[in-house]
Design a protein around this ligand. Structure first.
Ligand code: SF4
Length: 364
């Protein structure tokens, strides 16, 4: 790739960004501030790994309480590895993208069993672990061990694509953006530099109305010079999400409710839901054929709509109250994946967000 900036300009870009970060970088609970880093304090790779996995597709304010809860419950990766997977899934409930939780648990076990509880330090070695992709491997190796990696998340994509006016739309443009980012990345303070660039994207080079007037890179930014900041990053037009629909059956009795354990594989794998139909493009013709037990089912007036990454789901809810625990037990005995639980304990189960919505809708 053609060099965009001269060596002298790159030196200035690095110095400007790091100087800004030293003064203005965000104080995040999993982060070691540059002044402490300069004194030799390095971040705990376990804490950084947890934060990076949680922050995929999730905002900092939403992820932070989960991160704190996980570290309180499992202070070390070996504590996580020894926990029940069910407990991990329950603690993850509400964060979404549940494959992350399953991989988190698996990865914790590999680190505990195969690496003696010590995180590998190189990007290449980290990439071999379950659930750790190129971004996370580069982030952990850079932030925790100062390996000169190139970390490109959504914030960095935005800054770099604007700096260099990368015209190839995302996701194809990722390769070019990474190549441009690699040209400026600071090999000496790799961890601080990566975090600085992410912070610049998160707080200054924001998706709408970027604050170019306070941006330390404004003099070098091509999109800013052209007044075209918001044209970048270019993205392929998203197709509208396909729609799917389904039915859930909420069978209650004597303060208990019938639930289903989802299989490990597939969407919401390992989580708990209410029994129901498959989620398909068109509604099943005779919904009550799918009811887990015969009862006086009533259709709830409200549907629940939930947006997943690849489709939008609309659920019809049918409810019935059989008033008797034995009837619920009989219903649960019909399939291995069915079980009953006290309604008061629903909070302690790994109920995904869509099913939490269903339950809130049932309670009115
Ligand atoms: S000058 Fe504006 S568009 Fe360019 S990097 Fe800075 S904030 Fe982003």
């Amino acid at each position: 790739m053609v060099k965009i900036w001269s060596d002298a300009q790159i030196k200035t870009l690095r110095a400007q960004l790091l100087d800004w970060y030293d003064r203005m970088g965000r104080a995040l609970p999993w982060r070691v501030r540059p002044e402490d880093r300069a004194k030799g304090q390095m971040p705990d790779p376990y804490a950084v790994w947890l934060s990076e996995i949680m922050l995929q597709q999730t905002t900092v304010p939403h992820a932070a309480p989960y991160w704190e809860k996980f570290l309180r419950e499992f202070p070390k990766v070996t504590d996580l590895a020894q926990a029940d997977r069910e407990q991990v899934m329950v603690m993850w409930a509400g964060l979404g993208y549940y494959a992350r939780a399953r991989n988190l648990y698996k990865c914790g076990q590999v680190i505990a069993d195969d690496y003696g509880g010590v995180f590998p330090q190189s990007e290449a070695e980290l990439l071999r672990l379950p659930g750790i992709g190129p971004y996370t491997a580069a982030a952990i190796a850079g932030i925790c061990f100062d390996e000169p990696t190139v970390v490109v998340d959504g914030n960095v994509e935005r800054v770099i694509s604007r700096m260099a006016c990368v015209d190839v739309p995302l996701p194809k443009g990722k390769k070019e953006i990474k190549a441009v980012a690699a040209q400026i990345a600071d090999p000496k303070r790799s961890g601080d530099y990566s975090q600085a660039l992410m912070d610049l994207g998160a707080t200054v080079c924001t998706p709408r109305s970027p604050k170019c007037h306070i941006c330390v890179w404004a003099d070098f930014c091509t999109a800013h010079k052209r007044g075209e900041e918001e044209r970048y990053p270019k993205k392929l037009k998203k197709k509208p999400l396909p729609k799917r629909c389904g039915v859930v059956f909420v069978l209650r009795g004597a303060g208990h409710v019938l639930l289903r354990q989802r299989p490990d594989e597939g969407l919401l794998g390992g989580m708990v839901d209410f029994p129901g139909t498959e989620w398909t493009n068109s509604p099943p013709d005779s919904m009550l054929n799918y009811a887990p037990h015969s009862a006086d089912w009533a259709r709830a007036p409200q549907q629940v709509v939930h947006v997943f990454t690849h489709f939008e789901l609309t659920l019809d809810i049918y409810t019935a109250d059989v008033g008797d625990l034995d009837v619920l037990k009989m219903a649960a005995s019909k399939a291995d994946d069915l079980f009953i639980e006290a309604e008061a304990k629903l909070k302690t189960l790994a109920l995904p967000s869509v099913m939490q919505k269903v339950w809130r809708s049932v309670l009115g």
